[in-house]
Design a protein around this ligand. Structure first.
Ligand code: HEM
Length: 510
């Protein structure tokens, strides 16, 4: 049969027709009296996706749209009906005050394909998901998350980073890889109960898995809105599965090895995998929450902790060093405070934190300005619900624009300015904790690793600034402060020089 068109064109036409039909049906099939105000104009199939393209990143474009359409507006993103929240009290109302109403995750393609709606980050709201989250939180706390017990482990890791920076011998380098490796090893310690030497084969495999997963989230963005694109040749789906296979190849044997060695010996649990293994055994005996604690879900949870715990903290530190090289006056004030409070013969500890208000204020300002998870992780209502009088249908993708909150001129004076002093009380001795600073989001699905991240950021930042003065390479142009929207919002590559600071000759590195 020859209709004068190729099979691919015919199939594409069919897909387009069906998707359009589904979209029309999904609109007409619902009758909601009061949906949130409509945002930008829509086109068939792609909805308003084109309006997100441009020289600015999506969170900034959406923040500008909020100025026109209001703090809550709706838009069709490909095949998804989305509602964008750009106001702090709205996000608080939705995520923190409405109980479980908004604690689901949308059924977007990548979540369905790669995690089947399981795992810690992408798990759909269910008693099993809630139980796993509760278990993980208490497991991490008993392993020392956010407490002094973790300080030693993190400090040890930072020494390796310091060594690697020192070996650059004041020459220009891009610090990204070193930072990621170092931060990921902290999560390895939590997950696997040990840090790895950087040339360890297991560690190299784990890192390859991490970079693959990060790439999946990047490629996956497009499918999430237009799932049918995955049928097109060159869509990148194959690449996603290749990375997933690499991840499985490295992660499964390592997790099995750690679990097996624990099962074989009668030792006490020393890491997340050990604790999960205990939970699997306990669940099997008591048949609690069926289909929850098993090997498959353990792998997903370990992977989520690894990816969520590495990329986020590492990206914040990359911004931190960038803000220091371009704001030498701030770097100098932090270092003066560190020298005054900590002295020159030791490195800072968590006990010093209350006495380092300017340093703390600087870290808060870095988190506000960088907003490294600018659109949070999408939420979804568990059922049809109402927010501020508007109908929010089940299946809606709810996007909290955290970047917009952190740059809202009604909350922050001159929000585009990098100014740590905004987090200091007039006496400059005390830090102002602003509830509107929400880099970890809020409510039932807020970040599980917040306490760990805060300790890591504090220790990495203070140790590095005690040991080095960071400058731009001589003659280098001013780096851009624009970022790139990847798995997190990362700075563009930049080079710096790490100049060792003059410390007391008796200073010990250990
Ligand atoms: C600066 C560092 C970090 C930032 C800015 C950050 C930010 C976030 C944000 C915005 C969310 C989404 C919350 C929501 O859906 O409302 C999230 C979720 C999550 N984060 Fe983090 N995070 C950081 C570090 C970590 C670390 C160190 C870990 C692990 C130890 C971690 C584990 C998780 C997990 C498991 C979730 C999913 C929670 C759930 O869906 O119930 N994060 N994080």
């Amino acid at each position: 049969m020859d209709f004068g068109i190729s099979l691919t064109t015919f199939l594409l036409g069919m897909v387009t027709f069906l998707v359009t039909l589904m979209m029309v049906w999904s609109r007409t099939g619902r009758t909601y009296a009061n949906l949130p105000p409509k945002g930008p104009p829509e086109w068939p199939i792609i909805g308003s996706l084109l309006s997100l393209a441009g020289e600015h990143p999506p969170h900034q474009i959406l923040a500008n749209m909020a100025k026109k359409y209001g703090p809550i507006f709706s838009m069709q993103m490909g095949s998804f009906y989305a509602v964008v929240l750009s106001d702090y009290s709205l996000i608080k109302q939705a995520f923190a005050k409405s109980g479980d109403d908004f604690s689901d995750r949308p059924k977007i393609a990548m979540i369905e394909h790669l995690a089947e709606g399981k795992g810690l980050i992408s798990g759909y709201n269910s008693p099993a998901q809630i139980e796993q989250r509760r278990f993980t939180f208490s497991a991490l706390r008993s392993l020392g998350m956010g407490k002094f017990r973790m300080e030693e482990t993190i400090s040890e890791e930072i020494q390796h980073l310091i060594k690697s920076f020192t070996e650059r011998n004041t020459q220009p380098f891009i610090p990204f890889h070193d930072i990621t490796v170092s931060v990921s090893n902290v999560i390895c310690w939590l997950n696997f109960g040990k840090r790895f030497e950087y040339n360890d084969d297991d560690f190299k495999g784990v890192l390859e898995a991490l970079f693959g997963i990060v790439e999946i989230t990047e490629i996956g963005g497009v499918f999430n809105f237009l799932p049918f694109l995955r049928f097109l040749p060159g869509s990148g789906l194959k690449k996603c599965f290749k990375h997933k296979a690499i991840f499985d190849k490295h992660m499964y044997p390592l997790i099995r090895k750690i679990k097996q060695s624990y099962d074989d010996k009668f030792e006490s649990a020393e890491c997340y995998i050990h604790m999960y293994a205990d939970k699997i055994a306990e669940a099997a005996k008591q048949n609690i929450v069926p289909n929850l604690f098993n090997d498959g879900n353990m792998v997903l949870a370990v992977a989520d902790l690894f990816v969520a715990g590495t990329e986020t903290t590492a990206t914040t530190l990359k911004w931190a060093l960038l803000y220091m090289v371009v704001n030498q006056d701030v770097q100098k004030r932090v270092q003066e405070e560190l020298d005054r409070v900590v002295g020159v013969d030791r490195l800072p500890s968590l006990l010093d934190k209350p006495n380092l208000p300017y340093t703390e204020a600087t870290l808060l300002e870095i988190q506000r300005k960088a907003s490294i998870v600018p659109l949070g992780v999408p939420h979804a209502p568990v059922q049809d619900t109402i927010l501020y009088g508007y109908d929010i249908p089940k299946g809606t993708v709810v996007l909290p624009n955290l970047w917009a909150i952190h740059h809202d001129p009604n909350l922050w004076k001159n929000p585009d300015e990098f100014n740590p002093d905004r987090f200091l009380k007039p006496d400059t001795k005390h830090v102002v904790q602003r509830e509107e600073l929400i880099p970890f989001s809020i409510g039932r699905r807020r970040c599980i690793g917040e306490e760990l991240a805060k300790v890591e950021l504090y220790l990495f930042f203070t140790h590095l600034l005690c040991r080095f003065h960071f400058i731009l390479p001589p003659g280098a142009p001013q780096p851009t402060m624009e970022g790139r929207s990847l798995a997190t919002f990362v700075p563009h590559d930049y080079s710096l020089c790490a100049i060792p600071r003059c410390r007391d000759k008796d200073f010990e590195e250990s």
